[in-house]
Design a protein. Structure first.
Length: 420
């Protein structure tokens, strides 16, 4: 097989982007994972890379309608102070249909970073700007004609896109922006980052209220069961900023009120720095599994099927909106989750990428005591955890500078070089 540089394009050097007086980026996507992992790093890179002053770049966030949103996305994105304008999902749809005007600075470029590809393409057409799309799957292969560049997360994604008919000239391997922040997180090895000899376990109970309400109590019971066998264990809950604060406060207050319970540290800021100090982590399926892999933190992903009736799952496409009709949601979501578990060989993203079980997937009628027993078994096996961390590093998921590469290539699309 020829080297990847011969198969796919690489980002052009920064010098190839000429200074410009003004430019607007429209970043499209929604949901906690997309906003934190893709949109925020690209927005920060745009602010940093466009020269001179903050007035040289205008950033618009277009929130796509999506079943994976939790409801607080606009508020959280607003709190970052990165965007000059935020279009909520309803406004984004109206603009895409030509029902609402939205003035855009020229030159401008839209970068699709999640959500519906057709919506992003329609938005770009209505706003009269070029469109680019980030891709970690093959969904864009059937709609590539609507985009001037496809930013591939990996070489393998790029090769498969080309094999499926996407012109090689459109595909640029940028890497995954999620790795930019995680690349800065250092990681030690072995037990007891604190130096006390006590193991540190991180629990990641999700970024949407519905899942947090189920998994936080489940994990708290797991913490108690582990502490009965390992009294000096240090447990920390990584709290997503997308969760409703009152819900988190209620769960934390209930845990604190229970007498004799082990201490739990609730991490609400710089969560990945806290995770990097972990000896092991327990999470649920989703973007967290890829981010943990990028940080090379040994972990397990949990799906307790005893909670299937309450868990359900977001459904793809129009079926999700049908499921929102009264009386249809719960059975459709349960059926969707069962179908997903039957269809997918793995639920953890690094396992999918590797095609093998690098990290354990605990799926079944598990109780907190069952999970605690498995956690203690892994804590007792330092060699297994070290091998897991090494295998995660070997996946080479982190390519620092991915967000900058996306911004630079998007600028080239917005302002193609003038022939000399």
């Amino acid at each position: 097989m020829p080297p990847s540089s011969e198969v796919t394009n690489r980002p052009h050097p920064r010098s190839s982007v000429a200074p410009v007086p003004a430019v607007e980026f429209i970043l499209a996507g929604n949901g906690p994972g997309e906003l934190q992992g893709w949109i925020a790093p690209v927005a920060r890179a745009a602010r940093a890379l466009v020269p001179a002053s903050a007035s040289d770049v205008k950033l618009t966030l277009a929130l796509s309608p999506t079943q994976f949103a939790g409801g607080r996305e606009r508020d959280v994105a607003q709190s970052w102070g990165l965007f000059d304008r935020i279009l909520d999902p309803a406004a984004a749809v109206r603009v895409s249909l030509g029902l609402e005007r939205c003035a855009v600075r020229q030159p401008g470029v839209l970068v699709h970073l999640g959500g519906d590809l057709l919506l992003s393409a329609r938005l770009a057409a209505q706003l009269r700007v070029a469109a680019c799309a980030f891709a970690e799957t093959m969904l864009v292969a059937g709609r590539y004609r609507r985009f001037r560049r496809i930013f591939a997360a990996t070489d393998s994604v790029a090769r498969e896109l080309i094999a499926r008919g996407v012109p090689k000239t459109l595909v640029v391997v940028t890497g995954d922006p999620r790795g930019d922040a995680l690349a800065m997180v250092g990681r030690s090895t072995g037990l007891a980052r604190s130096g006390s000899g006590a193991p540190v376990i991180s629990y990641l109970p999700g970024s949407r209220d519905r899942f947090f309400a189920i998994f936080a109590p489940f994990f708290l019971e797991t913490v108690r069961a582990v502490a009965q066998r390992i009294p000096d264990v240090r447990s920390q809950f990584i709290i997503s900023e997308f969760l409703t604060p009152s819900l988190v406060a209620d769960v934390a207050a209930t845990a604190q009120a229970e007498s004799g319970g082990p201490a739990v540290q609730w991490i609400t800021e710089e969560g990945w720095k806290a995770v990097a100090r972990s000896d092991f982590a327990v999470t649920i399926p989703g973007t967290n599994t890829l981010e943990l892999a990028m940080a090379a933190v040994p972990f397990a992903v949990l799906v307790p099927t005893l909670h299937l009736a309450r868990l359900g799952a977001p459904l793809e496409g129009a079926l999700e909106w049908v499921a929102r009709l009264p009386g249809l949601g719960a059975p459709l979501r349960r059926a969707g989750l069962r179908a997903y578990l039957r269809k997918e060989r793995y639920v953890a993203i690094p396992n999918k990428r590797a095609g093998r079980a690098i990290v354990p997937e605990w799926i079944g009628p598990l109780q907190p005591a069952d999970v605690a027993a498995r956690v203690m078994e892994i804590l007792a096996d330092g060699d297994a955890r070290a091998a897991m961390a090494a295998s995660l590093r070997d996946l080479n998921l982190v390519q620092p500078g991915a967000a900058q590469s996306i911004v630079r290539e998007a600028l080239r699309v917005a302002m193609p070089p003038t022939p000399s």
